[in-house]
Write a protein that binds this ligand. Sequence first.
Ligand code: GTP
Ligand code: MG
Length: 149
Amino acid sequence: VDQTYIMVKPDGVQRGLVGEIISRFEKKGFKLTGLKLTQCSKDLAEEHYKDLKGKSFFPGLIEYITSGPVVCMAWEGVGVVASARKLIGVTNPLEAEPGSIRGDLAIQKGRNVIHGSDSPESGKREVALWFKEGELVDWEPALASWLIE
Ligand code: GTP
Ligand code: MG
């Protein structure tokens, strides 16, 4: 089963969008296995975005992500990584489809309210990076048989 790391970025927390964003994933039917609010260190932010080191926007990105608390989530389900990217919308919110989180709720790349892992491998890596083992819960949703045949 795939897992993805979803994070409400500091602008999303400050703007009061946490409930709205969690709600979209809940309604879709994926399984939440981890959830916490944290203030991330510069080291953790740099490790998380290490593939982007060297980009001109990297220092600004690290400043943005460490500028306030973030809400960290792990979601599980077959196809969850690609589906979450669709729910989120493309990086530039002006180009993101209406109906997507970024398309509905954001304007700029540098304030695009949410992160989502870009592949099943990244999902695994990022969930392990942001959560300790004891913070993740394996559980059986009571509605599972109404969502998955
Ligand atoms: P994440 O889910 O956050 O990883 O976004 P993404 O996968 O859609 O984009 P990517 O991994 O390429 O970039 C990570 C983040 O860096 C983006 O979500 C933006 O917040 C930021 N970013 C990417 N490109 C730019 C850019 O050209 N300018 C600025 N200011 N920020 C950028
Ligand atoms: Mg990315």
